[in-house]
Design a protein around this ligand. Structure first.
Ligand SMILES: [Zn+2]
Length: 108
């Protein structure tokens, strides 16, 4: 389970890396700024910035799931502390909240 999560995370990082690659390296964009600033600007310049945003959210979810694995709370809802059904974990291994709490969060 943990290996699958890490593989998924690595794939997402790769996709995000491709998307946020500065299109014109050395053209003066981000000149004089730290690398992190330049990366954020590269993301904001993307026309399909929504894709990068979604990948970013997915990565954060997976990182959270990996944290939970390490803490031994994997499979337990972050919001209500109830169990996350196995079927949900199989379908979405990065889940850190149960279905009810995920729905509630989407409505909020
Ligand atoms: Zn819950």
């Amino acid at each position: 389970m943990e290996r699958a999560l890490r593989r998924h995370l690595a794939e997402l990082q790769q996709k995000l890396g491709v998307l946020t690659e500065p299109p014109e390296r050395g053209s003066g964009l981000g000149f004089g700024k730290r690398v992190g600033d330049g990366t954020a600007e590269a993301v904001s310049r993307l026309t399909d910035v929504g894709v990068a945003d979604r990948l970013q959210v997915s990565m954060e979810r997976i990182e959270r799931a990996l944290d939970k694995l390490e803490q031994g709370t994997y499979g337990t809802c972050d919001a209500c502390a109830g169990p996350i059904p196995q079927a949900r974990l199989r379908a979405a291994p990065e889940s850190s909240v149960c279905i009810d709490c995920a729905r509630a969060a989407r409505r909020a």
